[in-house]
Design a protein. Structure first.
Length: 363
């Protein structure tokens, strides 16, 4: 846990005034504390949240659920029982667990922010929307997964030149909203582009092995396919392995941009990755910092913030992106996104280029 100590401030009369206590945030992280084969995504979310917490002098406590939604529920119960409650709790609708966690945390004075996976329409019908039946649920922050899917397919389509796109899609499980949204964005681009055809879209369990197996079957079924897109790093790498095994001429792109996938983009194996999902927790910390300072994010983009910040990483920029984001001791300035620190009208602008340009200047 990050802790920040504050000394008293002495006024001109000699009296000592207590400095404002650093806001405390608990993040109920659905992933694993140590990498065990499911990827680094959730560890990176915590890493960049910690950087943002340092930027804003906030205290961050991360509780890992180890991919166990029942443990995540128990952690929510424990936080709700705390007599010394945190100021904020950040949760994720992993395995549809957020509905019950919101009900549990409604007993706490802590304010709750939902990130990454929104509630489904059925869940919202049951618990209402932000600041309604559950008043301390103050907002939801997600990446615009549809725009990410659209932008990925747009880039892959452009790489084909005059050739039409014969597309195989491998997305995650159908119960995860972000899985369906990424597929919807791809479908939207293909619907409006000329000379395109979706061979088949299949669901996977987000793993390398399942994607590899499914891609082999689909490549045999659709020998004219020239594009495969996948909804995360592991599945993109699995599909790439299937393409290599078949010695097929197929562009493979995906979403996530962890280090192994970025290395395959840099060496030309993968055509592109959509990057930045792991910054979503840091963006949440920006919003909570401003909220704690009296600048309610609801007035700047609404209670449900769907952020369009994911960017295409390709062979020309993969190495520099990986160096800036993943190198040891990298300094990333999240303060520039705060409306408290940099007041400006309109919705929040979490363009990744600002972050990367700043990191480049301070390196």
């Amino acid at each position: 846990m990050l802790t920040c100590a504050y000394a008293g401030l002495t006024g001109v009369s000699g009296r000592v005034f207590a400095a404002k206590r650093a806001p405390r945030v608990v993040f109920l992280n659905p992933g694993e504390a140590v990498q065990r084969g499911t990827g680094q995504h959730w560890q990176l979310v915590s890493r960049f949240m910690a950087m943002a917490a340092q930027t804003f002098d906030m205290q961050l406590e991360v509780l890992y659920a180890e991919r166990d939604h029942l443990l995540m529920q128990r952690q929510a119960e424990e936080v709700a029982r705390r007599t010394d409650a945190p100021d904020y709790v950040i949760i994720v609708n992993e395995k549809m667990a957020a509905q019950q966690m919101l009900k549990t945390l409604a007993r706490s004075p802590a304010k709750v922010l939902l990130i990454h996976n929104d509630l489904t329409p059925e869940q919202r019908h049951a618990v209402g929307n932000e600041r309604e039946l559950i008043p301390n649920w103050i907002g939801t922050v997600t990446a615009n997964a549809e725009r990410a899917g659209y932008r990925l397919m747009q880039f892959l389509y452009q790489q084909l030149g005059q050739h039409g796109a014969q597309v195989i899609g491998i997305t995650g499980d159908p119960s995860t909203p972000v899985s369906l949204e990424r597929a919807a964005g791809v479908a939207d681009f293909l619907f409006h582009a000329s000379n395109t055809h979706t061979c088949q879209l299949v669901f996977s369990d987000w793993s390398y092995a399942d994607s590899d197996q499914k891609a082999r079957v689909l490549l045999a079924r659709y020998p004219d396919a020239n594009v495969i897109w996948a909804a995360n790093d592991a599945m993109a790498l699995g599909a790439l392995n299937a393409v290599k095994a078949r010695n097929a001429r197929v562009l493979v792109g995906g979403m996530g941009a962890l280090q192994e996938a970025l290395a395959r983009v840099a060496d030309g194996g993968l055509a592109a990755m959509m990057a930045g999902d792991y910054f979503l927790g840091a963006w949440a910390m920006v919003l909570l910092h401003d909220h704690n300072q009296g600048n309610d994010f609801a007035a700047n983009g609404g209670l449900r913030q769907k952020l369009d910040f994911l960017t295409v990483i390709h062979r020309e920029n993969a190495a520099s992106y990986a160096d800036l984001v993943f190198r040891s001791g990298a300094v990333l300035d999240f303060g520039q996104y705060s409306k408290t620190r940099s007041p400006r009208p309109g919705p929040y602008d979490f363009n990744l280029h600002y972050l990367l340009d700043t990191a480049s200047r301070v390196s």
